[in-house]
Design a binder for this molecule. Structure first.
Ligand code: PMP
Length: 451
């Protein structure tokens, strides 16, 4: 990730800067995830979060639409979940043995997601997808796999590949698949095929040519790391049929959409049933736990040749938090509240943009919507490259200065939690209006300077 370039930062972040100078001596980039580094003098550190807001070390208050990239579905420090977590502490942690609650939470998941016939827990999204890929390979006996351009499935070697779109020249054919990190062995590249979303013909071509070596198709039907660009129902249907025809396991990665866009995730919205599916972020309102789940005949390979486990799987605190969070999501109207806020936010933003004759479109679901400055929403990552995202890049930084924390990278959607309330909405829209005007002025000045 390249450092964020603020043109003119208005708010003070001196304490964060001071902390950065200390932290960089002990922690690479001064942080514990590369994505949290926004530049040597721009990286902010959190003092605390509560509800839909967080405060940085300098006391700047933000309404947060990043929400840890999605896990905070109810709000930071939700008292109902934290109380359950405190009960979980009393159970004792991890034992290298199982507890009864694992079955209870697995039952909840199976009730909410019909594809989850059998369930295994892990700690992070990456671990769950890594397990899904291993199970799919074991089940089919085939090692190669397909990913979508713009898809993201975690921090493990098989998934750390991408199709660079920033400088892509359509005249030169497909973008060149590139490792997202040094240290990812180039030898892995030959097992990976990449296709654009919503093009079943391309998928079929790849399967026709390489189907005898491809065991898995990993797909986020709503690309949570690519502006929430969404598959059509027709594409998902065609993809499922093709996967069946070529004996390929369809892994629906719901790490971001799961228990967020609907109780049964994107599969419920799209009317599909995955062979395997993965969940993580929203399951426990931020406590670390993830899930690989799916068809019984495939999942039974776990324990029948496939290794799965881990010292910290099903820590008693995470499990208790998951049980409570899923209960709330299943039995209350939290998800409806979240979607309603997201819709009102998009309506308000849309009005502000329309009043200024700025073309825009929203993509995905109101609980995790992508904002585009183009009146036609993209169908896939190639379309995104053709939109003008420079407006967003400037706007995001003016929003930060006005207490609205969205991701500076336009490919990340805006996440909503249950704690976003009317006060958040009013404040966000007021800040949005100001930030849009400042951005218009700034870009006008830039054009004038250039001409
Ligand atoms: N899959 C998807 C769709 C994700 O969005 C992410 C994280 N952004 C992951 C997998 C990896 O999850 P984690 O960061 O918990 O390892």
């Amino acid at each position: 990730m390249s450092p964020v370039t603020y043109k003119s930062m208005r708010r003070p972040i001196e304490r964060s800067n001071q902390h950065f100078r200390k932290a960089i001596k002990r922690l690479p980039l001064g942080v514990t995830s590369n994505f949290r580094y926004w530049g040597d003098d721009k990286t902010i550190y959190v003092q605390k979060g509560k509800g839909a807001r967080l405060w940085d070390l300098d006391g700047n208050e933000y309404i947060d639409y990043r929400l840890g990239y999605g896990p905070t579905i109810l709000g930071y420090g939700d008292p109902r979940v934290d109380e359950a977590a405190r009960e979980g502490i009393k159970v004792g942690g991890v034992f290298a043995l199982s507890t009864e609650l694992e079955y209870v939470v697995a039952e909840r998941i199976a009730k909410m997601v019909p594809a989850a016939e059998l369930v295994r827990f892990s700690n992070s999204g990456s671990e769950a997808v890594m397990a899904a890929l291993r199970i799919a390979r074991a089940f089919t006996g085939k090692d190669s796999y397909i990913m979508l351009e713009g898809g993201y499935h975690g921090i493990f070697d098989a998934s750390l590949w991408y199709a660079p779109m920033e400088n892509w020249d359509p005249a030169k054919g497909d973008p060149e698949i590139t490792a997202e990190s040094a240290g990812v062995p180039q030898s892995l590249r030959k097992m990976l095929h990449m296709v654009p979303l919503n093009d079943a013909n391309r998928l079929e071509d790849v399967l026709r040519q390489h189907g005898n070596s491809i065991g898995a198709f990993m797909i986020e039907p709503m690309m949570g790391n690519c502006c929430s660009i969404t598959a059509t129902k027709q594409y998902l249907h065609d993809a499922k049929v093709l996967c069946e025809r070529y004996d390929v396991v369809m892994i629906v990665d719901e790490v971001k959409t799961g228990f967020r866009v609907a109780r049964g995730g994107i599969q419920e919205l799209m009317g599909i049933k995955a062979d395997l599916c993965t969940f993580a972020k929203a399951i426990a309102n931020g406590y670390p736990i993830s899930v690989v789940a799916g068809r019984e005949d495939i999942m039974r390979r776990v324990g029948d040749g496939v290794t799965h486990g881990g010292t910290f799987t099903c820590h008693s605190v995470s499990l208790a938090a998951a049980n409570k969070t899923l209960e709330i999501l299943d039995e209350t109207s939290a998800l409806e509240t979240i979607a309603d806020y997201g819709s009102r936010l998009q309506k308000g933003m849309g009005q502000i943009l329309s009043n200024r004759h700025i073309p825009y479109s929203f993509v995905g679901h109101p609980s995790m919507g992508g904002l585009f400055f183009s009146d036609r929403a993209p169908d896939n990552y190639r379309d995104w490259a053709k939109t003008d995202y420079t407006f967003y890049d400037s706007l995001a930084l003016h929003l930060h200065d006005r207490g609205v924390l969205c991701e500076p990278d336009s490919r990340e959607p805006w996440f909503i939690c249950e704690a976003h309330d009317d006060a958040c909405l009013d404040q966000t829209l007021a800040a949005f209006e100001q930030a849009v005007d400042v951005t218009i002025d700034q870009l006008k000045n830039k054009t004038q300077l250039a001409s």
